[in-house]
Design a protein around this ligand. Structure first.
Ligand code: PHE
Length: 351
């Protein structure tokens, strides 16, 4: 009977089957109960031995039942685990790694290099008044830079009754920063009244990178572009300082000494003398071509005055370089527009 029960239990493939099989052996009218009933007619001695034997059988059947229940539960669990299994060997979903824009990368390099040479880094408004963008920079009223063809103007006057523009260069920052610097060091001035500061103060040494705007668009011009203004004003700052500073900067920026610098006479209303700075690589894909990277010059005395300073005491240099241009040269990009189209296939190359 024990073997028969075991065989029946093992055949059960579901818990319900197993409970049915159990009923056949251990149930109210099951085989064990039958055997017990069959003892009624036996003698006391026989009852003892037979009863003991039936009990042993009953216990063996119960053990077999428990084992089979456990086996069924295990099999069920295994099935469930297999159904829900994760293939941990599959490659995971990659988390997209962002990167800085190449123009931002170039700007960060510029800030780090000039920072290491003791330059402050300043920031200023992109919407400028006529005075900061032009007048303060000694721009004659009829200078072509003021014309509507170059500069984006805002067609309503500001609250102060003057016209504003999207700054066409970072040069307004020369005046803004210098005036704040003079004020900060206790210099009193009143540009409109011609009252200038001629006392002592720490040198002005700053770069001002940022967005600039001009009505222009082709492979090398974008209506929005980036410049970095540089300004160093003190009591004894000369063109030779401009050359050494710019050379240090450009060799650090391109990580090579194998390049030459050339100052080409030029004209800007706010510098006198003025020069374009060209560079030429002595090796690499751009070898042998003069490339214009910056405007520069000695700050015009009228601009020194508009800073609130006495040009008899203060002198200095300024430069304004195209950041996008420098980024194009450094990363070998031939079309400026790629910088501003936001195509990830292009941008993801600069991680
Ligand atoms: N502001 C000039 C430009 O945009 C560059 C420049 C800056 C030239 C400072 C001289 C000195 O072209």
């Amino acid at each position: 009977i024990v073997d028969a029960a075991k065989a029946a239990f093992i055949q059960a493939t579901t818990p319900a089957d197993l409970e049915n099989a159990k009923a056949q052996f251990l149930g109210k009218s099951g085989r064990i109960t039958e055997l017990m009933k069959g003892m009624a007619a036996l003698s006391v001695e026989e009852k003892k031995t037979r009863g003991a034997a039936i009990n042993v059988a009953k216990q063996a059947i119960e053990v077999a039942l428990t084992d089979c229940r456990q086996a069924l539960a295990d099999a069920e669990l295994l099935k469930q685990l297999q159904a829900e299994a994760l293939d941990v060997t599959l490659p995971g979903r990659q988390r997209g790694q962002g990167g800085l824009h190449p123009v931002s990368l170039a700007q960060e390099r510029i800030e780090a290099i000039f920072g290491s040479m003791g330059f402050d880094v300043a920031d200023g408004p992109e919407i400028e008044s006529d005075w900061f963008s032009f007048t303060s920079l000694n721009n004659p009223p009829n200078h072509p830079a003021r014309s509507m063809q170059d500069t984006f103007y805002i067609d309503t006057k500001g609250d102060d009754g003057v016209y504003y523009n999207l700054r066409p260069h970072t040069s307004p920052m020369q005046i803004r920063y210098a005036q704040a610097h003079v004020r900060k060091h206790g210099g009193e001035f009143d540009v409109a009244a011609g009252k200038l500061y001629s006392g002592a103060m720490p040198e002005i040494r700053v770069i001002a990178p940022g967005r600039t705007f001009r009505v222009d668009s082709d492979a090398t011009h974008s209506p929005m572009f980036h410049q970095v203004e540089g300004l160093w004003v003190g009591e004894n700052i000369s063109f030779k300082d401009l050359k050494s500073v710019y050379l240090s900067f450009i060799t650090s920026f391109f990580e090579t000494d194998a390049l030459q610098l050339r100052f080409r006479p030029s004209y800007f209303p706010f510098t006198e003398p003025s020069a374009e700075i060209d560079i030429m690589f002595e090796s690499g894909p751009l070898k042998g071509r003069w490339l214009e990277v910056s405007g520069s010059g000695q700050v015009h005395p009228q601009v020194i005055r508009n800073m609130g300073l006495d040009p008899e005491r203060y002198i200095g240099f300024a430069f304004g370089s195209g950041i996008d241009r420098l980024a194009m040269l450094r990363y070998g990009v031939s079309d400026l527009r790629l910088f501003f189209e936001g195509d990830v296939r292009f941008l993801s190359q600069f991680q």
